[in-house]
Design a protein around this ligand. Structure first.
Ligand SMILES: [Zn+2]
Length: 380
């Protein structure tokens, strides 16, 4: 099904009156700010978010109080490391203590531990999530908004409603002309290659978006059937990781090689990118040309020791945790599910800023130690 971006569901910017919405939806590139400006904005919008959630959610307010952190104490971005963060176990509880408004709807995803997270998102929160996707696409040089047709290797929004990553990818139809390729759980590779040919006939460039396993499957089918297209008209954006197909995961250079040969991509650093998200996080992080995932100013990242949860030394590996100011329907202040590293400063892509490297998912024994302790100690 092809959905015209202008029809069906209008992409609706929020009133750009708050500093946060100016950063997310404004015309300035949020990844091109001077370091000092970025830190000033980050401190302001995260402080506002802490204040907002403390006022609306008694459970989070108790947590702030017990951690002896008040908004007045948050005077620099470094102070933000002290803001209490929720273990994702909170979202996996049948009866979460978090407040959610009547209009919010749950986004669900089964996590690494096999349990299901339910994260309540309202309209504003979802619009900002989509805003983070639009902002992140600025990192892809070949993605010109008015010239791209998206081929989504997933279902449309209606069918994707219960599947977090498929849902995030289906949101692209709000912004770009989009063709969805999964119907009733079936991914027909031959039909998808035909849709890809049609999209190439309809637009100067095509964005192929999907989990790496499906992209690799499609690329292998393209090679086998001698499907071909003009060089350098396709940009591939993967998201969601290999999940259950982890045993079949290709190394990055093997994946690049396959995709380049199948889809006529000459420079994988320009046209093969990955994006990161977990259901509890309201921002999608995209890779730049140097394959580093840039963090926008509305997200503060702290890398913590998995046991003590204290911040680790700069450029050390630890548990990635986030203060994401973009969620209004729940406090998106979370200890994440991944081990990784934060870098700050000049990126080889030419931008100055923070980037994260995702190393791997947390193992069961690592996460339960800290998450359950925090859960039972503080949140009632
Ligand atoms: Zn970069």
């Amino acid at each position: 099904m092809t959905v015209d971006a202008a029809s069906a569901f209008k992409y609706e910017k929020l009133d750009a009156v708050t500093p946060l919405d100016r950063v997310i939806f404004g015309s300035a590139d949020p990844f091109a700010l001077a370091q000092r400006d970025e830190e000033t904005i980050r401190l302001a919008v995260v402080r506002d978010a802490v204040d907002f959630h403390a006022a609306r959610d008694p459970s989070y307010r108790r947590w702030l109080t017990s951690a002896a952190v008040g908004v007045d104490e948050l005077q620099s971005v470094k102070d933000l490391d002290r803001v209490p963060q929720l273990p994702t176990a909170i979202f996996k509880r049948r009866n979460s203590p978090l407040v959610h408004s009547a209009e919010a709807r749950p986004s669900r995803s089964s996590g690494t531990l096999g349990t299901v997270s339910a994260v309540w998102r309202d309209h504003t929160t979802t619009q900002r999530l989509l805003g983070s996707v639009k902002a992140g696409l600025r990192l892809i040089d070949s993605w010109y908004e008015d010239e791209v047709h998206v081929v989504n290797l997933g279902p449309d929004r209606q069918e994707a409603a219960g599947l977090w990553f498929a849902y995030v990818m289906s949101l692209l139809e709000i912004v770009f002309p989009t063709t969805h390729c999964v119907k009733a759980d079936v991914f027909d590779k031959t039909a998808t290659l035909q849709k890809l040919s049609n999209a190439l006939g309809a637009a100067p460039s095509v964005g192929v978006v999907g989990p790496p396993m499906l992209v690799a499957d499609l690329a292998a089918t393209a090679l086998r059937t001698r499907w071909s297209c003009d060089a350098d008209r396709i940009t591939v954006v993967t998201a969601g990781g290999w999940k259950r197909a982890v045993g079949e995961a290709l190394a990055r250079d093997e994946f690049d090689d396959l995709v380049c040969r199948a889809f006529g991509v000459s420079d994988p650093y320009r046209d093969v990118r990955d994006a990161f998200n977990q259901v509890e996080l309201n921002t999608v992080l995209f890779e730049c040309r140097a394959r580093r995932k840039h963090v926008p100013p509305w997200v503060h990242v702290t890398v913590r020791d998995p046991v003590a949860l204290l911040p680790v030394a700069p450029e050390s590996y630890g548990l990635l945790s986030y203060l994401d100011a973009s969620a209004s329907s729940y406090p998106c202040f979370i200890v994440g599910d991944d081990i990784g590293m934060l870098r700050d400063g000049a990126c080889p892509c030419g931008r100055i800023g923070r980037t994260v490297e995702i190393l791997r998912r947390v193992r069961r024994d690592e996460s339960w130690g800290c998450a359950l302790k925090m859960d039972s100690d503080v949140v009632r």
